[in-house]
Design a protein around this ligand. Structure first.
Ligand code: ADP
Ligand code: MG
Length: 682
């Protein structure tokens, strides 16, 4: 026989049949805690051939479990070599070890180690999910296995709804799910009464007859007697290794023969999982992760709810803040667009915000008259403000009175909606005439035509000669609800304000004249007339620009508030996930034992975090819509909340990102757990 004839594939791995399936040489496992060294195993040499049925006997603490964990690649030896199927296990990385566990080994534990939140059926499916088997194939096989083990009527029962013997049969089915060529049973009958224990033992012996290699750790001499080889272990040393009388000749099957149809109806599942590209295997794993996430979240509803709340608040704040900022920005842009380019205002004061401005009384109507004659001026109007109570019969309201001249509306871009407005004669003769704005009209003349009516401004009865529309570009933010009446500035000066100096002069210059030339010309004329440089000129665009930078920093601030709430929510998620990982370490250990790689575990917990955050994000979006709706009826028109598709994208992206960022560390912790240690925790 040449060596190539000796080699036959065992589930995709070339198996050197000249070598036993399992070969340990000088294997030790040592635990160090502080100065103390405990040897759980010392210098073990052990060969097990394919198809053997081995009982591992020894007192509690003798090292049986440790040996099984090393054989099943859940644990690594501290010294010595372990070859499985001709491959050196110590040379394999964690991913390959996980694949080896998943594809070749089946674990059966004393305490069954089923996942309590899953049905019997779903428990059995798990190993195939990690192997990337297709859904239909997987379900058929799981159902078939459970039926063969007498649990056909118990598929949807939870472990807590099953007896111990039934649970152990579920775990046997799980061990067989990916083929289970080598079954490692750690005191499988230890928790069962003697009759049920015998039944389970019978099943295991039957499996061996069908070609599976079995290694059973047990106290039970009775059960052990039915095996063909008994290895006795004491204090980590093999003290006896003998064939028993039960040793009828091992079946002629080779380990690489397809698993017998009786228990393993689909021999090809494993081969196909090897052929399938990783991307395909990834989908059922992800679905499994999402499903487990869902179970985990349902298991702790209050906790999940509170965690969700954090994310809901975070996402809703991000969306609301972004929407508010966007609304403010848009109204600012709209204002900017309506501001005429060739418009400036002249104010007393050496500079904008001069604290002395109130004491400068030099700006007069005569100044405006002189400026009006300049060639670069298109139109110009003084303004002189006061406040007064408006009265009409029993109706009364406080209003702002703005004294202007006949060209004010044209200059400032107000639209005269009704009436002729002021004439030059009205100004010159200080006539008692008024132009009211839309708010005054709404208040005093909701139904009838106000033109020609008399309204009393302070103590001055005035004929109404016009109605103007609101012009938000020209008014300070929030002035949208103010009542304003316009009177000739001469009338305001004489009858309401008791002064002749102006508040400002507004002017529009001919388009095309450079603004610097206008400012220079105006300054020069007024400086000459006042014998001082005591006025400043500024351009509305500057005011809007100042407003815009305010809006920008406002948006930034709002955004920061949103972001901070989201981070707080994310920290909540991280906190809960950390708790969840430590609570569920047993589940993690079980999953690793049946073949989950670290990557699978990490994916599962990350998915969980993302699911919470996305759910929170979805609710957050609904909440923002509600808030935006409520806000739109409260906040003024020029401070609208703009919820856009962008905002929704932002909500989804921010919740996804929060899940990934804050789920990462808990998921990594979960993935780094040591499977043996995780299994032993409660
Ligand atoms: P058995 O399964 O035969 O009861 P184990 O393999 O569980 O025995 O344990 C063998 C020895 O190793 C025992 O003395 C036990 O105390 C020790 N041991 C097992 N796990 C650990 C551990 N994580 N740290 C320290 N000692 C351990
Ligand atoms: Mg043990």
């Amino acid at each position: 026989m040449t060596s190539s004839e000796n080699r036959a594939p065992l589930f995709g791995v070339m198996l050197d049949m000249s070598e036993p399936l399992i070969r340990l040489r000088a294997v030790s496992r040592q635990y160090v805690s502080g100065d103390q060294e405990t040897y759980a195993l010392r210098d073990i040499d052990l060969d097990i051939r394919a198809g053997e049925l081995v009982a591992l006997m020894g007192a509690s603490g003798s090292g049986k479990s440790t040996l099984l964990h090393i054989l099943g690649c859940l644990d690594r030896p501290s010294a010595g070599t372990y070859r499985v199927g001709g491959e050196e296990a110590s040379a394999l990385g964690p991913v390959e070890l996980a694949a080896l566990r998943r594809d070749r080994f089946g674990f059966i534990f004393q305490s069954y180690h089923l996942l309590p939140q899953l049905s019997a059926f779903a428990n059995v499916e798990i190993p195939a999910i990690y192997a990337g088997a297709g859904g239909l194939e997987r379900k058929t096989r799981a159902r078939e296995l459970l039926k063969r083990l007498g649990l056909g009527a118990r598929l949807d029962h939870r472990p807590s709804q099953l007896s111990g013997g039934q649970q152990q049969r579920v775990s046997i089915a799980r061990a067989l799910m990916n083929g289970g060529a080598i079954i490692l049973a750690d005191e499988p009958t230890g928790a069962l009464d003697s009759r049920t224990g015998r039944e389970v033992m019978e099943i295991l012996i039957e499996l061996n007859r069908l070609g599976h290699t079995l290694i059973i750790a047990t106290h039970d001499a009775h059960g052990a007697a039915k095996t063909r080889r008994v290895i006795e272990i004491e204090d980590g040393l093999i003290v006896k290794d003998r064939k028993t009388e039960a040793a009828d000749p091992p079946p002629p099957q080779e380990a690489d023969a397809p698993p017998p149809a009786a228990v393993a109806p689909h021999a090809s599942s494993r081969a196909s999982s090897h052929d399938s590209p990783h991307a395909v295997a990834w989908v059922p794993r992800f679905i499994e992760a999402a499903r487990m996430a869902w179970f985990a979240l349902l298991a702790h509803r209050l906790r999940t709810g509170l965690t969700l709340l954090g994310i809901v608040i975070g996402v809703a704040s991000v969306v609301m803040m972004a929407a508010l900022g966007e609304g403010a920005k848009r109204s600012m842009e709209a204002t900017l667009k309506s501001v005429p380019q060739n418009y400036v205002e002249i104010y007393p004061g050496k500079f904008f915000g001069d604290p002395d401005a109130a004491n400068i009384h030099t700006l007069t109507g005569a100044d405006a008259d002189v400026l009006r004659r300049q060639s670069f001026i298109q139109s110009i109007s003084p303004t002189l403000g006061a406040s007064a109570t408006l009265r009409l019969g029993a109706l009364k309201a406080a209003a702002t009175v703005t004294g202007v001249d006949e060209s004010f509306f044209e200059t400032s871009g107000y639209k005269l909606e009704m009436g002729p407005g002021f004439s030059r004669e009205d100004i010159v003769s200080q006539r008692q005439v008024a132009v009211i704005d839309a708010n005054v009209r709404k208040r005093f003349f909701p139904a009838d035509n106000p033109i020609g009516k008399i309204i009393i401004v302070g103590r001055t009865p005035c004929f109404i000669v016009g109605v103007v529309a609101k012009n938000l570009a020209m008014e300070s933010p929030g002035a949208g609800n103010r009542l304003v009446v316009y009177l000739p500035y001469t009338t305001v000066g004489a009858r309401l304000a008791g002064r002749s100096y102006l508040d400002s002069i507004v002017l529009r210059f001919h388009p095309g004249v450079p603004i610097d030339a206008v400012a220079g010309g105006v300054s020069e004329i007024l400086e000459r007339r006042h014998h001082a440089k005591d006025v400043s000129i500024f351009n509305l665009e500057e005011r809007v620009r100042a407003g815009r930078s305010f809006t920008n920093s406002m948006s930034f601030l709002l955004g920061a508030i949103g972001l901070i709430s989201l981070i707080v929510g994310g920290i909540g998620v991280m906190n809960i996930m950390l708790v969840s990982v430590s609570e569920r370490s047993r589940e993690i250990g079980i999953r690793m034992a049946v073949g989950a790689s670290r990557f699978d575990i990490q994916t599962q917990f990350l998915t969980e975090a993302v699911v919470v955050c996305l759910a929170g994000g979805a609710i957050g979006i609904l909440v923002s819509y509600g808030l935006a709706h409520a806000a739109s009826s409260v906040v003024p028109q020029d401070w609208q909340v703009i919820l856009s598709v962008d905002a929704l994208g932002l909500a989804v992206a921010s919740s996804l990102l929060t899940g990934i960022v804050f789920g990462y560390i808990p998921a990594r912790n979960a993935a780094r757990l040591d499977p043996v240690e995780a299994l032993s925790r409660d």
